[in-house]
Design a protein around this ligand. Structure first.
Ligand SMILES: [Zn+2]
Length: 296
């Protein structure tokens, strides 16, 4: 699943390409991904423009006009692909299935639309934005201000790079959580935007085992964890994220944070810090990587 840095990279890329472009037509090919309904989505977006694109956690918020927004969430297997005559951009899930290897080349999916295309937003200049989703957990949803605020309030904790996410917040919020720190960090209600890659990496850099009970972390560990989460998210955004397989724009820019990964996808290999073997376990339902000697 794309995490905060990948979605942010997609947001900034898309903003340059689709904002202020008139929408000619919208086709929903799978009603499951459209809310409140396919017909409503198609009718509402036709002849409109996106004024700006914002992001909250892994959610993209397209501002249409006052009190009207399009939300796009890629979830597990969603992709957004923009194609015009002269440029293209892809963000989201890679079609390459090897979870363990960071090899995302040749994953754009070829011809468009393809059998996983669930919606197409066509712009008046002939360009198209394709929403592909293998498993159809992602969505395109039209909401008003009230619904948007409710959704954000109920489902999204602070952004890692915000002032709101700090030592005091984490200490208080962790104090009654009896789940593993890995599960805690993956829960978007606690912190918005982290996923499997950056949680494993931040815990490694903080020296904290992923299966530690969240409420048992020491103050000094909480402090370190806040610092490392902020640092890694900032750096991953700078490098356009990790899972951006075939992400490209007019300048041929690619996501290249993968070269900085220390544990994710490195099960069985040597830790760069201590040479111990990186372990891979299943935790919180996810493949989890850690170093048994660096992380206590
Ligand atoms: Zn180590």
């Amino acid at each position: 699943m794309p995490e905060l840095p990948e979605v942010e990279t997609l947001r900034t890329g898309l903003e340059k390409l689709v904002v202020d472009k008139k929408i000619k037509d919208v086709k929903v090919l799978s009603s499951k991904i459209a809310a409140p309904s396919a017909v409503f989505l198609e009718k509402t977006l036709k002849d409109k423009k996106f004024k700006k694109i914002e992001r909250r956690g892994k959610l993209l918020i397209f501002y249409i006009k006052k009190n009207l927004y399009l939300l796009i969430h890629l979830k597990m297997t969603g992709q957004l692909i923009y194609v015009s005559k002269s440029e293209s951009l892809l963000g989201g899930h890679s079609l390459v299935k090897k979870d363990e290897e960071i090899n995302f080349s040749n994953s754009s999916g070829g011809e468009l639309p393809n059998k996983y295309t669930r919606a197409i937003i066509s712009f008046i200049d002939g360009s198209n934005l394709y929403f592909n989703d293998l498993r159809k957990f992602g969505y395109l949803k039209i909401v008003d201000e009230n619904e948007l605020n409710k959704l954000l309030l109920n489902n999204y904790g602070p952004e890692p790079d915000s002032n709101e996410f700090n030592y005091n917040y984490l200490k208080n919020n962790l104090s009654n959580k009896s789940v593993s720190i890995k599960a805690y960090l993956l829960n978007q209600k606690n912190i918005a935007g982290l996923g499997n890659i950056y949680v494993d990496e931040a815990l490694h850099l903080s020296g904290i085992r992923p299966d530690r009970i969240a409420s048992n972390l020491k103050d000094v560990e909480i402090e370190k964890l806040v610092k490392e989460i902020k640092k890694i998210i900032k750096k991953a955004i700078k490098y356009n994220g990790t899972t951006f397989s075939d992400f490209r724009d007019v300048k041929g820019k690619k996501g290249n944070f993968s070269k900085f990964l220390k544990v994710y996808g490195r099960g069985g290999k040597s830790c760069y810090f201590c040479s111990s073997e990186i372990k891979k376990i299943k935790l919180a339902g996810r493949g989890t990587h850690y170093c048994p000697s660096c992380q206590k």
